[in-house]
Design a protein around this ligand. Sequence first.
Ligand SMILES: [Zn+2]
Length: 459
Amino acid sequence: MKLVSLALDSVDSLHSGCTTHFSILLLKSLAGRVRLADLPLLVRLNPGVPWKTRGNGAVVLRLLYDGELGELLDVAYNLALEYSGGKRDVGVVIYKGEPWGVERLRWIYIRALTSIVTLDVATSTLDKLGGLHAGGRGVIGATASLAALGPGDDFTFELLAYRDPSLWGSERCVDRLKALHIESMLPPCTFYNVDVLTGEFISSPGGSDPVLAGFRGNCLTQLFEYSKVLCEKPHFWALFRTNQHTDAHLVELDELAPYNTGYVEAVVDGEPEVVEGSHVVVRASAKLGDVDLVFYRETGPLNRVARMLMPGDRVRALGSLRPYKPRGVSVIAVEKLWVLEVARRIVEVNPRCPRCSARLKSAGLGKGFKCEKCGYEASGLSKIRVEMGRRLTPGVYVTSRLKHLTAPPGRRRLEGLKPPLNLDVGDVLFSEAHPEPPRALRDLELSMGEPGLHSLSTI
Ligand SMILES: [Zn+2]
């Protein structure tokens, strides 16, 4: 069978639905006619883009398929329109071959992670390469995600549980104590399921989202343990491979343009300023020019670290450019900070009195010092330079609520999965309340070698 990538984006409506949910319904409907060359791929793109759908995530199904490509496009597009209530934004793209090896598609992927890709660029590229497309703005994300998660790319897993449509909008039943228990029992290969600072369960979205919960980690079969925290029976489960939490967007910024995402290396120029709302702004000079690094209150620990920065500190800041310049320079909303080098903090203090050892007072400019305690006057003494300790130490700092793409500090890179695989649709979709990982996934995990443990000390 031939390798065919079917990519989807913006298949949702304002009130409910999401592209991942739709992709699995589509996969179910194709089950008898395809096999899978990979797990369903969940591809997150530039978090700085303002007109993204929630989370800016596209899905790629890498199919082994022998049928007609135009027919596959029609089936997927018509179902997508039906699912989203006729939304014109939906995007469906089909490409035959190995898209990760096509330079132009790789370029669009990196560009869509870090900047903005126009619909024009996406469709003209597909036309040139023989790819098929249908729909509106979603074609951008779908095209961009085609070349993601190639054999050399880092990745993680997410096991997603979806709700029965009759329950959409109602409160989710999650056993939070059990979640804490399971979190504490699992090896350090899962992340972002429980807030490590507050103990809060963060795997469930709110509101009318069809997602019941999504469990994330480097390890694969162990994620299934989390199914025990749900007291609501999912409609079905699906296992995705994803670029989430891999720092895929950690690319050096080449332009300080609004909505671009990436990192700058910079030297702190000014004292941190706490502005209204408890946000912190730090002026820094980078290769591309002066920037204001902003650490929003919501970034929690990162906001607190920013308050400890001082002039001369050398940092790498990962984040997205904001569209405004309230203080005349570009603003980067920081989501991850590497403190590369802390400046020495030297303060000058008055010397002590040689007679009674009280701290001397200045007698006025150029007039030396005098002792207020014993009246001693000294003209030949000068200020003493003292090095103060810094509370801030070099290291990596993140928010407590990681953005989708941000890697937790200490996470180990995953490699060793070599598509095309040959999986049954039933190997990645489950309908039980508490599914067991199927044989094919256990074999897959074994073939990847060591489970992706990360170092506990740095989390
Ligand atoms: Zn004295």
